[in-house]
Design a protein around this ligand. Structure first.
Ligand SMILES: [Cu+2]
Length: 163
């Protein structure tokens, strides 16, 4: 009974993964998925990008850098809170990827910073980029442009509530 229930849930999970828009990327034993940015607000010249990085290797790796033709410069950032004020700063030595661990770049934490966009991120569009890992090497990826109101932590669409 329990096993059957588990199998049903597992099957549902597979279906969801198969129908999701997310295209998975793999280089060496590092898997990258769910790459996204928000659509640019008018006048906005920078944009943040997010993704899940899964290091399946038995040894640590590191996301060293990211390049993209969509922006003049691309940096890796983190967010730190000091005296109640959240500030982002560049992580000079990249993002550590411990062995056999998934690291999420998500709002409020690690993110990719696209600086001086060549063109605004348009909803439904894509942003190509290249990730460089210390051990796994380089991989070309594509970020999906989500609505400006998109928030992965929300189960409903705030965009629909706009007046
Ligand atoms: Cu930033």
């Amino acid at each position: 009974m329990n096993i059957r229930k588990f199998a049903a849930i597992a099957a549902l999970g597979l279906c969801a993964a198969g129908s999701a828009w997310a295209k998975d990327y793999k280089v060496g034993e590092v898997e990258i998925d769910d790459l996204w940015v928000r659509a640019s607000a008018p006048g906005q010249s920078n944009g943040a990008g997010y993704m899940d990085i899964d290091n399946d290797a038995k040894t640590p790796d590191r996301l060293l850098s990211i390049t993209s033709a969509a922006a003049e410069r691309v940096e890796l950032h983190t967010v730190e809170t000091a005296n109640g004020v959240a500030k982002m700063r560049q992580v000079e030595d990249g993002i550590a990827l411990p062995a056999d661990t998934e690291v999420k770049l998500s709002p409020g934490g690690y993110h990719v910073m696209f600086i001086k966009l060549k063109a605004p991120f348009a909803e439904g569009g894509t942003v190509p980029a290249t990730l460089k890992f210390e051990k796994a090497g380089e991989v070309a990826v594509v970020f999906k442009v989500k609505p400006a109101s998109y928030n992965p932590g929300m189960s409903h669409d705030h965009g629909a509530m706009k007046h």
